[in-house]
Design a protein around this ligand. Sequence first.
Ligand SMILES: [Zn+2]
Length: 605
Amino acid sequence: MKLRRWQQKVIDEFPDIIKNYRKFILKAPTGAGKTVLASELINMFYKNKKIVVLCHRLVLLEQLEKGLSNEHKVKKLGLSETGRPFSDYDVLISTNLRSRDFLMKAIGDCDLLIIDEAHRVSPNGQAYKELLDQFDAKAGEQSKLLGLTASPERRTGDQKDQLGLAFDAIIDCADIEELIREEVLVPAEYKSFFIHDLELEKMDISTGDFPVEQLSNAIIKSSMIDYACKIYMEERKSIKGKPISAWFCPDVLVAEETKRQVLKYDLNVELITAKTPIKERLVILEKHESGEIESLISVGVLSEGWDNPNCNIIVHLRPTLSKVFWGQSVGRGLRSAENKEKCVVIDVSSNFTTFGPVEKLKWKLWNHRKSYLEFKNRFNWISKEQFVENRDYTYLLCEGMNKDDLRCSLVYKKKILSDQPCPVCQSYASTDLYKDNKIEKPKNDNSLHKVFFERVPKIFSDMNTNIWKNMESSAWRDANIYEKLFLSFCLAFDFVSGESTNSENEFWNLTLQAEKKVRTFLYEREIVIPQQEEFIFTHLSDGLSKGRVIRPVQTNYGVSICGENFSKNTSDVNERKFQKALQVVERIAAMGVTNTEELPYYKIS
Ligand SMILES: [Zn+2]
C-alpha cells in the first residue's frame, strides 16, 4: 500500500517513539489517514502480538478489519464475551466497553492497546479509569498504549481529568497546513458573520459551555438561522460541482427550525439526530455522500465518526466554548475529494472570531479549572491577533447591507492601506474592530510581557536587594489578591526551569513542578489565595508600571525575588521562564490556594 509522506515518517520513527514512551498520543488531523497508519503499525511492528483496539466509530472498525485481515486474525468483541482472550485471534476490536471482564483480561494480556478518539479518555471517569489502571498494573513492561486523535485536549478544569494523566506525550504527526500543501486536505475558507441579535452574554457558563436549552432559545429568537440560509444560498454558488453541506446544530429544536427554513429554498435536506435509527442513518449518509441530499443537518452526531469527503460546505450554527468541538466539526469538511478545491465554513456562531481558524488551534495536555472563560469573549482570537508583530492587516465588521436588505455583518481581514470593499456585499462601510475599540480588551499577557522585560532589570539594578529581600513577611502579610498573584508570579519565575523543552509534555512537567514549589512555599507560610472567577493579566503588570493596584512594597519585594535570576539569564531563558510562570500563576488564580487541596501532581505531605 502506498503510504502518505507523514504516515511513512511516523513508521520510520516508530522504533524511537516506543523506545521513549509507554503511553502516547499520535496526533493528526481528521481525514489525514490515522486508521491506515494504525493498520500499518500493527502489520509492521506487532506481528504475532496481542492487540486491543477501542474505537467509537463503526467506520474505523470496518477499515481496520479490512486493513489487518491479510496478516492478522481479527475478532470483534461481542456484547457478552467469555473465555480466554486471544484464543484464536490476535487483534481484538471493540466499539463499546461492555463485556467488561473479558476486556479487562485482554488489556492485561495485550502488547498494544490502541484507543481511537483519545481525547475522550477521561483518566478519572468510570468508562476508562479501570481500563487504564489495568493496563498500568497488568500489561507487560514492553506493552504500549497508543491514542489517536486530532484534538488532544480534555475540555475540563478537573485536575484529575487531564490527558496528561493518561498519556506521557503527544506526538504531532501532521498538521492541517502541511496536509493541505500535500493535497490530502483542502483549505477552509472561513465566512464569519456577527449576528447582532444573538444574546449570549448573560448565560450561565459555569458548566463549561453554553447550556443547550438557553442557547437554543437564544438562537431561535435571533436571526441566526435566517442569516445562515441566505448566506448559504450565496456561498453555494462559489462551489465547483455539487454543493454538499453539513449543518451543525445544538439541539433538535434548532435543527428542525433550520430544516424548515432550508426547505423554503427547495433544497434536498435531511436531519439526523442521536435518535435516528442506524439503518436510516446509513441510507441518509449514503445519499449525502453522492450529493442526492445536499444539506445534512445534525445534532451532536456528526462531529466525530462520520466521513463524507465530498462535503464542501460546513454551516456552524452552534456557538460553543469548546475548542475541541469547533476543531472537530470544521475538520469534517477538509478531506480532499475529486474536484474539491476548498471547504467553505459559514460561521454564524462567532466561533471563528472566538477560536480562530482550525488549522491554527493549539492543544494542551493540561487545562486549568476555568480555561474556558477566555472563550466567553466572542472576539477572543481576533483580539489577540491585534498584537501580532508587524501586523499589516486589520479586522473589519461590515456595516453594509446585503441584497436581502439585512446588515451584512461579515467579519473580514483587510490589509491596512488597501481599499478593498467587503468581499460579500462590496460595501465600504465598516467598523474597524481594533481602531474603534469594538472588542473587549484582551486578557492576555502582551502588556505584562513588555512591562516585565523592561522594568524588572531597571528596578532590580537600582535597588538595595539586601533590604528588600528581608521584606518577605511584610510584603505578604497585608497583600491584596492581586499583590498575592503578582508575588506568586515572581516566585514562579524564580523557581521555574528555563531549559528548552521539546514537547508539550516536557513543558508541562516543568510548569507543574514550579507550581508545586509555589504551592509549597505558600503552604509553609499559611498564605491562602481565593479562587478567581476571571484572571486579569494587566493587574500583574500594574505594580511595574502604575503602582495603583500593586503597591511599591510588594513590587519591590517581588522584583527582589526574581530580578537576580532575570539579570543573570539570557533572554531566551527568561522568555521560557516567563511563559511557564504565566501558566503557573493562571492556574493558581483559577484554582486558588487553600492549602488543603490535593492535585495529582501535588499533595500536601
Ligand atoms: Zn459586507
